[in-house]
Design a protein around this ligand. Structure first.
Ligand SMILES: [Zn+2]
Length: 247
């Protein structure tokens, strides 16, 4: 039997757990905004969806992805890892030259809430240096250049640091789960097909673990996805195009 004090202790415990749950949600959900506004969807965008590819460039796979996007006249946004950009500057250049948007995904892909402002600034600067050394630049929105926190993880201080460095945090509204080892192209494509006007889809053309990750399932899914949206008259545009309504 629980007495009154015990019952209220249980209730306080439940509230504390709910609070932790809410904090985890706000720090990890790609569409949560309590820790500061982010770009994750643009509901006013008619017949437009944005594909985004994280964790490249991948010299072994990104060129095939660029060919595929070009075949459908589709534009996408690539959130690159600085240390991979430094290894494959020609892929960074080709991506920008094809009309795609580039964004900063840090230099080494750390979990940002675990680090202070100095480390975050250093990660962002090193990634920018690698992209600029390749002869390319990050695309911008009115608030700054595009940036995506690794894993989508953030806390208020993380987002303040990102903004102070001149970036706009860009999350997503559709998760394709293409990083799961046992996934299939069909499953990834099915996830992508859930996108409605204005959605931003998270995909990967690389891995933070290695520069030449096997992304063939994603590539096959992207082909199906490009067909899917072409049949519906939905254009695949960059994040700045999605937000501004241009293109
Ligand atoms: Zn990533």
């Amino acid at each position: 039997m629980i007495d009154r004090a015990g019952a209220s202790a249980v209730a306080v415990g439940a509230i504390a757990v709910a609070g932790i749950g809410a904090a985890v949600y706000q720090g990890m959900s790609p569409t949560a905004e309590r820790y500061g506004s982010t770009v994750h969807r643009e509901r006013s965008a008619e017949r437009r969806v944005a594909l985004t590819f994280d964790d490249g460039p991948n010299a072994a796979r990104t060129p095939a992805l660029l060919d595929l996007l070009a075949a459908y006249d589709a534009r996408a946004t690539f959130f690159v890892i600085g240390r991979w950009a430094a290894r494959a500057p020609e892929v960074v250049r080709a991506t920008a030259a094809a009309g795609h948007a580039l964004g900063n995904h840090t230099h080494t892909h750390p979990t940002m809430p675990a680090h202070g402002r100095r480390r975050i600034g250093d990660e962002l600067r090193r990634c920018r240096d690698a992209v600029e050394a390749a002869g390319a630049h990050f695309a911008t929105l009115p608030g700054g250049a595009l940036m995506r926190p690794p894993y989508g993880h953030r806390r208020p201080g993380t987002l303040r640091a990102v903004r102070a460095e001149g970036y706009v945090p860009v999350l997503w509204s559709i998760t394709a789960f293409d990083w799961r080892r046992r996934t299939t192209a069909e499953r990834i494509a099915r996830r992508c097909a859930r996108a409605r006007d204005g959605d931003i889809i998270l995909l990967h053309d690389g891995s933070d673990q290695r520069p030449d990750a096997d992304t063939r399932a994603t590539l096959a899914a992207v082909q199906v996805t490009l067909e899917h949206f072409a049949a519906r008259g939905t254009r695949l545009v960059t994040v700045p195009e999605l937000v501004s309504g241009a293109a």
